[in-house]
Design a protein around this ligand. Structure first.
Ligand SMILES: [Zn+2]
Ligand SMILES: [Zn+2]
Length: 347
């Protein structure tokens, strides 16, 4: 297929979010060129756009929740073929450090991240990546569903490193996209009882519709006590998908005694915690960072099995020309997952 000489690319700077013309990238040896079809907007994108992400410098080229079609192969690539539908595993490990050589490349000591500070992102008509960063989308999985493979992999990883949740009492703090996807994963894993908190009533209602046993207003001064009575006990695992001081404190109080607090949200700043409770009540605080290929595999399987109500998670789709408005949608509190259509036929 002949390729155009230039393409559209989204650039996020402090002043604006805009679509510019850029050169079409050519795949080097071992790389694949992908024609982008659709891209999700992530909390990390909107945080970065407002200068509130700790690790993304400006301006940047966004788009790490991306699906597309393989459009050209670099020398030596045999794992995919032109025309294959793929999604991206966006972390770019060095493959040489202690973490990479022990199967923990999500924690690479030299980690780069496609669409988050990297020179390329998925909000461009074409991009290039090492072939091993691509996962095949199963035949029969529609594009909207496939666009959730990356976002769902984060909760899948968090649940796995929490030590699983089958038969356990679980709390999820924050009913945004990540919180609702954590809810879908813990339900699929057989959590016994699940309570979700959020400051917004509309989001609490949504969490209830999507399978929470009960919901609690996170702004209530006794939110931790309300959650304990809604659970009927302390929490075995609390997933903090907000990661601000009040939620971390609540999470520790809910997990007391002997529970685990998993920090899933990206904190915008340091917080102080009731450390005496953490020590004396043997509370485990566990960070969770992105995912590994096995998390992608489970995410794909969960989506293929219908465990995630995609129609209720993907609430807005806009063409790339409306990317600035799409970022606004994403922070409005009205939408869950907002997708950008790169391919005019998507949507
Ligand atoms: Zn993301
Ligand atoms: Zn490494």
């Amino acid at each position: 297929m002949s390729q155009p000489e230039s393409m559209r690319r989204v650039v996020v700077s402090r002043e604006r979010i805009e679509v510019v013309r850029a050169e079409v990238p050519t795949p080097l040896a071992g790389q694949v060129q992908v024609r982008s079809v659709a891209v999700g907007i992530c909390g990390s994108d909107t945080h970065a756009a407002h200068g509130r992400h700790p690790f993304i410098p400006m301006p940047y080229h966004p788009g790490h929740e991306v699906i597309g079609v393989v459009s050209a192969l670099g020398e030596g690539v045999t794992s995919v073929a032109v025309g294959d539908r793929v999604t991206v595993e966006p972390d770019l490990p060095c493959w040489g450090c202690k973490m990479c050589t022990s199967g923990r490349q999500n924690l690479c000591e030299n980690l780069q991240f496609f669409g988050c500070g990297w020179e390329q992102g998925g909000m461009a008509d074409y991009f290039t990546l090492p072939a091993n960063r691509l996962h095949a989308i199963p035949d029969g999985m529609d594009d909207r569903t496939a666009a959730l493979i990356e976002p769902l992999s984060t909760p899948v990883h968090a649940v796995r490193i929490a030590g699983d949740v089958a038969g356990r009492a679980v709390v999820i703090l924050g009913a945004g996209t990540i919180g609702l996807l954590v809810l879908a994963v813990v339900r699929a894993h057989g959590a016994r009882r699940v309570v979700v908190t959020d400051v917004l009533e509309a989001k609490r209602d949504r969490a209830r519709q999507l399978g929470a046993d009960d919901v609690v207003d996170a702004a209530a001064s006794d939110a931790a006590d309300q959650v304990r009575s809604a659970l009927g006990e302390s929490a075995d695992v609390v997933f903090d998908c907000v990661a601000v001081e009040p939620t971390v404190r609540q999470a520790i109080m809910m997990a007391s005694k002997g529970g685990t607090v998993v920090i899933v949200g990206v904190p915008a700043s340091d917080v102080s915690v009731p450390l005496a409770i953490v020590q004396d009540h043997q509370v485990r605080i566990q960070g969770s960072a992105t995912y590994l290929p096995e998390d992608y595999a489970e995410s794909i399987a969960l989506l293929a099995s219908g465990a995630v109500p995609v129609e209720q998670i993907v609430t807005r789709i806009r063409p790339v020309e409306e990317v600035a408005a799409a970022f606004e949608d994403s922070v409005s509190g009205e939408q869950i997952k907002v997708l950008i259509g790169m391919d005019p036929a998507f949507g």
